[in-house]
Design a protein around this ligand. Structure first.
Ligand code: A3P
Length: 292
């Protein structure tokens, strides 16, 4: 039996095979992860050294990660990209500009050397707060958390898994697994997809304040906030050639852009599914400030 603290990178494979699995998922410390990314999850926890200036995006899958990556990148780097016609978001998918620690950077044999990345380093991870590496918990790095109404998150997830060929389960089977895996997010800067959709500029200001680079009154007058909001919008990003025909890490970029709306779940969930999910959320989030 392998003790997790003592395993070396060449034993990750054996350790991962010892975890409980269902379909393409493995259960690790109470959470389900795609088995193909488990090495990244383990290696990241062991090796990632957070800097106080780091900004980490923590999101469950399908809550609008791509959108938030575009927003944070555009806000943090706005001084370098004053000419929007030449903005890196026009030719790069947001996942290229803001890499995943768990899914990409650490999901390989060699431990990546991230020390020379210019600060503030901006990374993302599909990890719950409890699995954040200790160095990140102990540092002063900033964490931005995004969540979304679980009904839309589920519908988005189901379409995505189908599109990238990761599941052959029926809608109902996937729904049951989703219900089993629901988890509680922690609050740091907590953003909600629905609120970002409703009032993007208000929340862009909130994000910039939180990141320590507030918009100046000159930028406000010049319309910088609106420009960033438009640049990162679903309509704009999803129509760019790079996102219609490009790929990132073997995945078609177009699979990241489906409808980008609030409330599409009404077209998919049955009243029974609705009741089941509502009950779970009432129970799990009772007493928290989170709204759905
Ligand atoms: P839908 O499937 O409901 O359309 P993630 O980026 O975490 O994988 O989440 C994907 C969801 O975010 C998809 O939701 C996708 O369409 C939506 N999305 C992608 N880009 C967006 C943007 N710029 N604005 C709003 N929603 C966006």
């Amino acid at each position: 039996h392998l003790q997790e603290d003592e395993i070396t990178p060449d034993q990750y494979g054996d350790f991962i095979s010892s975890l409980p699995t269902t379909g393409f998922l493995s259960q690790y410390r109470g959470f389900w992860f795609p088995t193909m990314f488990m090495q990244g999850v383990l290696s990241l926890q062991k090796h990632f050294q957070a800097h106080d200036t780091d900004i980490l995006m923590m999101t469950p899958p399908k809550v609008g990660t791509t959108w938030l990556k575009a927003i944070l990148f555009a806000i943090l780097n706005r001084k370098h990209h004053l000419e929007l016609q030449k903005h890196p978001l026009l030719t790069n998918n947001p996942h290229v500009l803001v890499p995943y620690l768990d899914l990409h950077l650490y999901n390989k044999k060699e431990v990546p050397d991230l020390t020379s990345c210019p600060s503030p380093r901006l990374f993302s991870a599909h990890l719950p707060y409890t699995l954040l590496p200790t160095s990140a918990k102990n540092s002063k790095c900033k964490i931005v958390y995004l969540y979304r109404n679980p009904k839309d998150t589920f519908v988005s997830l189901w379409h995505f898994l189908e599109k990238i060929g990761m599941t052959t389960d029926l809608f109902e089977e996937t729904f049951d697994k989703f219900c089993q895996g629901v988890k509680k997010p922690q609050r740091i800067l907590c953003l909600r997809y629905e609120e970002l959709k409703e009032q993007p500029t208000t929340h862009l200001k909130r994000i910039a304040d939180f990141l320590g680079c507030p918009f100046s009154s000159e930028e406000e007058t010049k319309g910088t906030i609106n420009d960033i909001s438009r640049l990162c919008s679903f309509d704009y990003l999803s129509k760019l050639e790079v996102n219609k025909s490009g790929t990132t890490h073997n995945m078609k970029n177009e699979s990241l852009f489906r409808r980008g709306e609030v409330g599409d779940w009404v077209n998919y969930l049955t009243p029974q599914m609705l009741e089941k999910l509502d009950n779970i959320f009432k129970e799990k989030f009772h007493g928290t400030e989170l709204k759905f």
